[in-house]
Design a protein around this ligand. Sequence first.
Ligand SMILES: *[C@@H]1O[C@H](CO)[C@@H](O)[C@H](O)[C@H]1NC(C)=O
Ligand SMILES: *[C@@H]1O[C@H](CO)[C@@H](O)[C@H](O)[C@H]1NC(C)=O
Ligand SMILES: *[C@@H]1O[C@H](CO)[C@@H](O)[C@H](O)[C@H]1NC(C)=O
Ligand SMILES: *[C@@H]1O[C@H](CO)[C@@H](O)[C@H](O)[C@H]1NC(C)=O
Ligand SMILES: *[C@@H]1O[C@H](CO)[C@@H](O)[C@H](O)[C@H]1NC(C)=O
Ligand SMILES: *[C@@H]1O[C@H](CO)[C@@H](O)[C@H](O)[C@H]1NC(C)=O
Ligand SMILES: *[C@@H]1O[C@H](CO)[C@@H](O)[C@H](O)[C@H]1NC(C)=O
Ligand SMILES: *[C@@H]1O[C@H](CO)[C@@H](O)[C@H](O)[C@H]1NC(C)=O
Length: 350
Amino acid sequence: MAPALSDILRITSSLLVLMLLMFCMGAINLEAQVGNLAPDEVEALLEVATQLGKRGWNRNMKLCNNTKLPLKPDADNEVVCNCSFPGGTCHVVAIYLKRQDLNGSLPKAIEKLPHLKHLDLWANYLSGNIPPEWANTTLELLSIGVNRLTGKIPGYLGRITTLRSLNIQNNMFSGTVPPELGGLVNLENLTLSANYLTGELPQALTNLNGLKELRLSSNNFTGRIPDFIQRWKQLDTLEIQSGGFTGPIPSSISVLTSLTDLKISNLLGDGSDFPNLESIAGIKYLYLTWNMFTGPIPDWINERDARYGIDLSYNNFTSEAKYRETLNLFKSTWGGNYSKPVEFLIVCSE
Ligand SMILES: *[C@@H]1O[C@H](CO)[C@@H](O)[C@H](O)[C@H]1NC(C)=O
Ligand SMILES: *[C@@H]1O[C@H](CO)[C@@H](O)[C@H](O)[C@H]1NC(C)=O
Ligand SMILES: *[C@@H]1O[C@H](CO)[C@@H](O)[C@H](O)[C@H]1NC(C)=O
Ligand SMILES: *[C@@H]1O[C@H](CO)[C@@H](O)[C@H](O)[C@H]1NC(C)=O
Ligand SMILES: *[C@@H]1O[C@H](CO)[C@@H](O)[C@H](O)[C@H]1NC(C)=O
Ligand SMILES: *[C@@H]1O[C@H](CO)[C@@H](O)[C@H](O)[C@H]1NC(C)=O
Ligand SMILES: *[C@@H]1O[C@H](CO)[C@@H](O)[C@H](O)[C@H]1NC(C)=O
Ligand SMILES: *[C@@H]1O[C@H](CO)[C@@H](O)[C@H](O)[C@H]1NC(C)=O
């Protein structure tokens, strides 16, 4: 018996529904395949989370927050993936976990993320030291500042030769700076401030001739600021406030004509003449306080654009310059007459 027309309609319509369903599922499948994080990197991320003491990640969630490139290191809590690999596979290229109250250690499983370029763990409570496994990474930006890291800066850190920016400030690193850091030839920004670093800066650091920003403040270094700073021709920012160094500032600093920010304070020793910085025309911030400078204040200071911040407070100049209006000479003294501090503040004059 031939099937009734209504039966044929019912069968074809359910077939259609089924086909539609299959198509939809296929489409969903397709979407899941494009932009899939490599499975071994899912496992690596979970290991990283365990080592950091990070809760909340599991293998069923979408661990990549963002696939937008190029990388922008301003995120606080983000895993960035690059999904432009053949077959649409995604690889982790950046981990930003700043201010996340993490109290574990620096994750050695980072080594299992071969495409990782940025790692920023700023302002957590991480302890321990830098794991040797990190020597095998190709990181370009590494920021582990403001944590509770201890021990010496390991020499193998110098093997991450891809590094362009390294920040370990505000930790409890001690001992000397290892000469191996001279191997970081692509380094542009280096910040070692606020640790317990001692000794002299190793000569090998002369190799860092792409350095643009160097910060060494609040440490216990010894000896003078090395003469080899003259090799860092690209340097635009140099901050050594309370670094532990003894004066004077080497005269070779005058060749660093790209400097815009120069902050050197609390040099130890018996006092020295004001450094020759006349050749550095582009300085915007010149803070040279508490250095016991004893010579005259050079006249060129007066010729600098008054918008530039110049702070020469707490020094022992021997003669008074015909200073410009916005020159901070607070508690700078001269002529051996220490009963007459010159109190002249930018804020007060406005
Ligand atoms: C990134 O994803 C994780 C896990 O899903 C989430 O906890 C976090 O809030 C996300 N971050 C942003 C900036 O969306
Ligand atoms: C993303 O991956 C593609 C393909 O390998 C590569 O060409 C590109 O440089 C990568 N971008 C970043 C920012 O990693
Ligand atoms: C981290 O904090 C959690 C709870 O706040 C605690 O249980 C754990 O012991 C802490 N880990 C370390 C290494 O201090
Ligand atoms: C680095 O990688 C090399 C080659 O894969 C391996 O032999 C070595 O053990 C790794 N080093 C560390 C510290 O993981
Ligand atoms: C170095 O620091 C400056 C200023 O903070 C920033 O603009 C620049 O992108 C940094 N360079 C690298 C390689 O991270
Ligand atoms: C660093 O030097 C200062 C001043 O000389 C001293 O008070 C401090 O104890 C030193 N700290 C360390 C960790 O050596
Ligand atoms: C600098 O001046 C202060 C008083 O303002 C004085 O105590 C100190 O001994 C002087 N130092 C030098 C090196 O002249
Ligand atoms: C030091 O300054 C005080 C106060 O301005 C002044 O009375 C005194 O004569 C000065 N002494 C010398 C030696 O210049």
